[in-house]
Design a protein. Structure first.
Length: 116
């Protein structure tokens, strides 16, 4: 697994717009075969800060993700919403092992229950 945490600081007046665009991207992203998980989390004490937790099945899956229409739409839509350029940190999975990650079909079913 190849894991990326993307740190985003959004302009305060664009928080809801960013959330909407990002949730649309996340819902599409989890259906990509190379993505095991795609979480969007928002900081409790500073709602203008988000982290995208992207878990890819292979090291080349992030590049394939960036070729998708939904990613490109998201990138272009949120560009002016940023209070500062987004940053990322890349990680290697330690636990659980790759065989313990949910199957794509199960993950897609669970993700449709996102209420935000």
């Amino acid at each position: 697994m190849f894991i990326v945490h993307v740190f985003v600081h959004v302009k305060p007046d664009r928080i809801e717009d960013f959330r909407a665009a990002t949730l649309e991207n996340a819902r599409n992203s989890i259906n990509e075969p190379g993505i095991a998980r795609f979480d969007v989390i928002q900081q409790q004490d500073d709602p203008a800060r988000f982290v995208l937790v992207e878990v890819y099945r292979t090291a080349d899956a992030p590049a394939k993700h960036k070729e998708t229409a939904h990613y490109q739409k998201w990138r272009d839509t949120v560009a002016d919403m940023m209070a500062e350029p987004r940053t990322s940190v890349k990680y290697t999975n330690v636990f659980p092992d790759e065989q313990s990650w949910p199957a794509r079909r199960l993950r897609a079913g669970i993700s449709r229950n996102i209420s935000h």
